[in-house]
Design a protein around this ligand. Structure first.
Ligand SMILES: Cc1cc2nc3c(=O)[nH]c(=O)nc-3n(C[C@H](O)[C@H](O)[C@H](O)COP(=O)(O)O)c2cc1C
Length: 344
């Protein structure tokens, strides 16, 4: 059975919103699922917020005949408290539980066992960013899918990595050689339109995950209107976004495990620090900017607040309903592949 067929309310090709903690809340997840995609709710530390979002989503979405809620939940395993998270998963039974950001890869097997015990019918997807991690996680956890995250991704990811164009096929070959070809792959990182999504499907992905593109969705929860404005106005994402650990150090020492950094739009906190302004002053200016009416957000590299976004940000031009994004990307994938076929 294909991955898409294992999520029976979804339409092909499978479009997924990334479980962006604080951004992907019930309105986004339910709109994506209603449009025939796989909607995700993200979470970080606050499990009561996750519970509230799942309560709202379960009022908006009918359960599947197998009892599962037709959406996914993302957990950041280095900060999620299993004693709080697992009862919530057992209560709401999401169709998919997505794990990311383990301190050690072996933490995923502990989480996998516990999640399977709490909600046995839910699928487990794990986001990784290298061939080595994909092989280890495949053999230790036997996940229902692996999300292959490329270096173009917005938000947190791996400080060393590759784009999905080389990463995904090498992962697929390595998994096949190790006897794990039955684990479906989904692709994430830099996919912001139907053409890049079509490319990911040709690489072997069975679904595509978009974070940055969904920052333009009206249903996505924004910390401040200036955040969306910064995303919609940015172009040339390879130049106007960058990966750095600094983004996690602006409020104090980073809590993230060492392998991770994050991709944000380049702003004054970054350019000042790169020019030699010491971290104490950068932090102070950042804290002051956050208190202003604009929330520290700006366009054209102005502003001091972090704006997590991927290299595909230049393709994100207007605010749209999430369901429209899902339908549009799905249609563009098919159109693109048909055009390519006739051109070759
Ligand atoms: C604003 C934002 C917040 C994110 N938060 C999370 C998160 O909480 N958990 C997670 O697993 N991934 C998170 N990610 C990363 C996504 O899972 C995904 O890998 C990424 O969005 C894909 O790249 P794209 O942004 O180019 O589409 C986040 C990404 C963005 C842009």
């Amino acid at each position: 059975m294909s991955l898409q067929a294992s999520l029976p309310w979804t339409k092909s090709p499978l479009i997924i919103n990334a479980p962006m903690a604080g951004f992907a809340t019930a309105p986004l997840a339910t709109a994506v699922t209603h449009a025939g995609g796989l909607g995700f709710i993200g979470s970080a530390l606050d499990m009561s917020a996750l519970s509230d979002e799942l309560t709202a989503a379960s009022q908006a979405l009918p359960r599947q005949p197998n009892g599962l809620l037709p959406l996914g939940v993302g957990l950041l395993t280095f900060i999620a408290d299993p004693e709080k998270a697992l009862p919530i998963l057992a209560k709401f039974k999401p169709a998919v539980v997505w794990l990311f950001a383990a301190k050690e890869l072996s933490d995923y097997s502990t989480w996998t066992q516990k999640v399977r015990a709490a909600t046995p019918k839910s699928q487990i997807w794990i986001q990784v960013g290298s061939v080595a991690a994909a092989l280890t996680v495949a053999s230790q956890c036997k996940p229902d899918a692996l999300c292959i995250q490329g270096i173009d991704a917005g938000g947190h990811g791996f400080s060393s990595g590759a784009g999905i164009i080389s990463l995904l096929p090498e992962v697929a070959d390595a998994l096949a050689a190790a006897g794990h070809s039955s684990i479906p792959l989904v692709a994430a990182g830099g996919i912001s339109c139907g053409r890049s999504a079509a490319a990911a499907f040709t690489l072997g992905a069975q679904g595509i995950v978009m974070g940055t593109r969904f920052l333009s969705a009206s249903e996505t929860h924004m910390p401040h209107p200036g955040y969306r404005q910064a995303v919609l106005s940015a172009s040339d994402g390879g130049q106007t976004t960058t990966r750095a650990k600094l983004f996690d150090e602006l409020r104090g020492p980073s809590i993230w495990p060492g392998a991770y950094d994050g991709r944000s739009i380049v702003m004054e906190s970054f350019t000042d620090h790169a020019a030699g302004v010491e971290i104490g002053e950068v932090r102070q200016l950042h804290a002051e900017a956050l208190k202003t009416e604009g929330g520290g957000f700006g366009v054209d590299g102005k502003g001091r607040a972090v704006v997590w976004a991927g290299t595909g940000v230049g393709l994100v031009k207007k605010e749209q309903a999430a369901g429209e994004i899902v339908g549009e990307v799905r249609r563009e994938v098919v159109e693109t592949l048909e055009k390519v076929r006739s051109r070759l």
